[in-house]
Design a protein around this ligand. Structure first.
Ligand code: PMV
Length: 342
């Protein structure tokens, strides 16, 4: 019997950042993200006959073998009892494709681990539907923390927050009460530099362990997450702007004040942020920036002001390598199962 599964999951951009973890990929604070739609990973998983008992996963990214990522996936999948039978029975070949360029300031591990988890689960349970989003989110979290938020949209919350029902460190949940103001958001990703990151996110998370500001940061992020949940409900754009921008700057401040300090922003990053401040002051339009763990700037704004933002975007294009136009999405997308002739 041949089993082939394809899955397609989007990335997400955190508005309130996950930075610092403990135990088995558990977050030191709650995070809240906007799910993207055009930035996704597509995975094709094929189950082939095998003779040995060892876990065998061959991973190809954009057609090229990627043994390092293959090893990461094998370690992840091998540790989940959910996938044990599948890994015992088959050698797996995974072909993965991203809709966005590598190192573009989009979390590729989020979309990749969401897509890989969904494909593995479906292959492990042929014929059955996917498990609930919460269980899938929990499984994906064990591969990459931010992946657990890609199962919902347009907003997902991960991390236990007092007062928010069902919130958990184990999995993400959908933020259900969204004011019309925030339902259709645009994310123009301004690529300042597309070189690979000098310092990985895993290293960054680990630097929070003995960070002098760790406790204050975790408390502040939880406060921001709670405030963001309320803001998304009440439609207050100035609060959205304030939380999102504070969070982006706080993330980078953590990097710059770690014992092993480092800096991922570039002069162009700062120049663009200042242009955004000025444009917002001049026009009073509701738009703001966020940053992932890199120099590229995400410009966030509601769809309804697209026409007013277009000219500003052409001006910003002069400061960037390129611009990726994305928007909010609804999370997990397609999944096909093929067995034998299918
Ligand atoms: O999921 P990881 O381990 O790649 O960490 C993601 C960290 C940030 O992207 C910087 C923040 C976040 O919440 O996504």
């Amino acid at each position: 019997m041949s089993i082939k599964v394809t899955s397609k999951y989007p990335s997400n951009i955190a508005l309130v950042k996950y930075w610092g973890k403990y135990g088995n990929q558990l977050p030191c604070n709650a995070s809240l993200s906007l799910t993207l739609s055009k930035a996704f990973t597509e995975v094709e998983l094929e189950c082939l006959p095998k003779s040995s008992k060892a876990v065998e996963i061959e991973y190809f990214f954009e057609g090229q073998p990627n043994p390092a990522f293959g090893e990461r996936v094998a370690k992840y999948a091998g540790a989940q009892p959910e996938f044990a039978e599948l890994l015992n029975a088959y050698a797996l070949q995974i072909h993965s494709h991203n809709s966005f360029p590598h190192s573009a300031g989009i979390a590729s591990s989020a979309s990749a681990f969401a897509a890989i988890t969904a494909a593995l689960y479906r292959a492990a349970h042929p014929g059955s539907e996917l498990l609930s989003d919460r269980i899938m989110s929990h499984l994906a979290r064990l591969g990459s923390g931010s992946a657990c938020r890609s199962f919902y949209g347009p907003y997902a919350l991960w991390g236990e927050l007092e007062g928010v029902q069902d919130s958990s460190n184990e999995y993400a949940i959908q933020v259900t009460e969204i004011h019309p103001e925030f339902r259709n958001m645009k994310d123009a990703i301004l690529i300042v530099e597309s070189a690979p990151k000098e310092v990985s996110s895993s290293k960054g998370h680990s630097l929070m362990k003995d960070h002098p500001y760790a406790d204050a940061r975790f408390k502040d992020a939880n406060r921001n997450a709670l405030e963001m949940v309320a803001t998304l409900k009440n439609g207050d754009f100035s609060s959205f702007i304030s939380i999102t921008e504070r969070e982006a700057l706080s993330l980078h401040t953590m990097m710059m004040t770690s014992r092993d300090y480092y800096m991922l922003i570039r002069p162009k990053t700062v120049e663009i942020i200042q242009k955004i401040f000025q444009f917002r002051k001049d026009t009073t339009l509701p738009l703001c920036f966020t940053l992932d763990a890199g120099p590229n700037v995400h410009l966030l704004y509601p769809e309804k002001i697209q026409a007013e933002v277009n000219e500003f975007l052409s001006d910003l294009a002069k400061d960037t390598e390129s611009i990726i136009y994305d928007e909010s999405g609804t999370g997990g997308i397609t999944l096909n199962y093929m067995n034998g002739k299918a």
